[in-house]
Design a protein around this ligand. Structure first.
Ligand code: ADP
Ligand code: MG
Length: 323
C-alpha cells in the first residue's frame, strides 16, 4: 500500500522527465555551469544528473530530503519575488519517496564529499567519500514501490523522447550553461555553454530553420524580449515549435501564446503555427508563478502590457523582414 507521501510524490514527479526537470532546476539554482543528464531505459531504471554547482553541506543533506524543506525561501516576502527555479521543497522528498536515490555531493570549502543513500523515503546511509565539487544524484528504479504509477508510464522510447524534448528546451533557455544528454551510453545532445542561442538552435533544428530566423531585441522598464522567430516560410501544423521562455523558465502563459499567434495571423495560413524561440524577462513582481504544481503555467499581473508589447514586437519584426 503506498503511503500518503508516495501518493503525493506521484503528483510532483509523474514521469522520468519530471524527475530530470526538478533535478536540473536544482543544479541551476546551485549555480552550475555544466550539467550532465544520463538515462538508461527511458529513465525507468537509471537517471543520473551531475552538476558542478555549490554542493550541499553535510549537515543539510538529510534535511534536503524532508518535505517542504527548501533553502530558497527565507521569508514570506520572498514568495512575492521568486527568482530561483525551485521553491516548494518538494522535489527531493518526492523523488526519494518513490525511488532508490544516491546523492554524492561536495561543497568547495569541504575537504571531502559525502554519499547519501535513501530509498522509499528511508535513509540508508551517509558516508564520507572523495569526489569532485558539485552534486550527483542517481535515481534508480523509479516507482519501484508504486506499481500503479509505474504502469502509467509509456514505453522507454517515449519516456526518453520526453526527456530529450526537455533537454532541448533547457539548452535553448540557458545558452550560458553547458549541457550534455546521454541516453543508453550515447551522447544525444550537447551544448557548449558559450552563450550563443543561435548555435544551439542550429544544433537542434538544423540549417533549414536556422537560416530563416529574425532576431528580436526590445527593452522597457518591466519587460525585455530577445531571441528568434521564424520567418513565415517556417510553419508547422502544431505548436511544438512555438517556444518561449519567461525569466529562464519554459513556461506557458495564455496571454503570450495569444499575442504571438495574433501577431503572425496575417502572415500564416489558418491552422499553421510559427517557429519561435523567444526570451522574455519580466519583472518578477509582476508574475504569479505559483499556479501550477509543476510550475508549467503562470499568471501575469500586467497582462495587457505584456500582450501589447509582445504583439507589437513580433508584428513589427515580421513586417520589416517580410518579403
Ligand atoms: P527546492 O528546490 O524547492 O528548494 P528540492 O526538494 O528540489 O526543493 O531541494 C531541496 C534542497 O536541496 C534545495 O533547497 C537545495 O538546498 C538542496 N539541493 C538540491 N539539489 C541540489 C544541487 N544539485 N546542488 C546544491 N543543492 C541542492
Ligand atoms: Mg528544487
Amino acid at each position: 500500500e503506498p503511503t500518503i507521501n508516495q501518493i503525493a510524490a506521484g503528483e510532483v514527479v509523474e514521469r522520468p522527465s519530471a524527475v530530470v526537470k526538478e533535478l536540473i532546476e536544482n543544479a541551476m539554482d546551485a549555480g552550475a555551469t555544466a550539467i550532465t543528464a544520463e538515462l538508461k531505459d527511458g529513465g525507468l531504471s537509471f537517471i543520473r544528473i551531475t552538476d558542478n554547482g555549490a554542493g550541499i553541506p553535510k549537515e543539510d543533506i538529510p534535511l534536503a530530503f524532508l518535505r517542504h524543506a527548501t533553502s530558497k525561501i527565507r521569508s514570506a516576502e520572498d514568495l512575492l519575488s521568486i527568482t530561483s527555479l525551485g521553491f516548494r521543497g518538494e522535489a527531493l522528498s518526492s523523488i526519494s519517496a518513490v525511488a532508490q536515490v544516491e546523492l554524492i555531493t561536495k561543497t568547495p570549502s569541504s575537504l571531502n564529499g559525502y554519499r547519501y543513500l535513501i530509498e522509499g523515503g528511508e535513509e540508508k546511509s551517509l558516508e564520507e567519500i572523495g569526489c569532485p565539487g558539485g552534486t550527483t544524484i542517481i535515481v534508480r528504479n523509479l516507482f519501484y514501490n508504486t506499481p500503479a504509477r509505474r504502469k502509467f508510464l509509456k514505453s522507454a522510447t517515449t519516456e526518453a523522447g520526453y526527456v530529450s524534448d526537455l533537454m532541448e528546451r533547457l539548452m535553448i533557455s540557458h545558452p550560458n550553461i553547458s549541457f550534455k544528454f546521454i541516453l543508453n551510453n550515447q551522447v544525444k545532445l550537447q551544448s557548449s555553454g558559450n552563450n550563443s542561442s543561435r548555435d544551439i538552435l542550429y544544433h537542434i533544428y538544423g540549417r533549414d530553420i536556422s537560416k530563416e530566423l529574425i532576431s528580436l531585441e526590445y527593452q522597457s522598464e518591466n519587460i525585455s524580449i530577445s531571441g528568434y522567430i521564424g520567418k513565415p516560410v517556417i510553419n508547422r501544423g502544431n505548436r511544438n515549435f512555438e517556444n518561449y521562455f519567461i525569466n529562464g523558465r519554459y513556461i506557458k502563459s495564455n496571454v503570450i501564446t495569444k499575442a504571438i499567434e495574433e501577431a503572425y495571423k496575417p502572415f500564416l495560413m489558418q491552422h499553421k503555427y510559427p517557429f519561435t524561440s523567444i526570451y522574455f524577462e519580466i519583472n518578477p513582481s509582476l508574475i504569479d508563478v505559483n499556479v501550477h504544481p509543476q510550475k508549467l503555467e503562470i499568471r501575469l499581473k500586467n497582462s495587457e502590457e505584456v500582450y501589447q508589447t509582445t504583439f507589437h514586437v513580433i508584428r513589427d519584426a515580421l513586417s520589416n523582414k517580410e518579403m
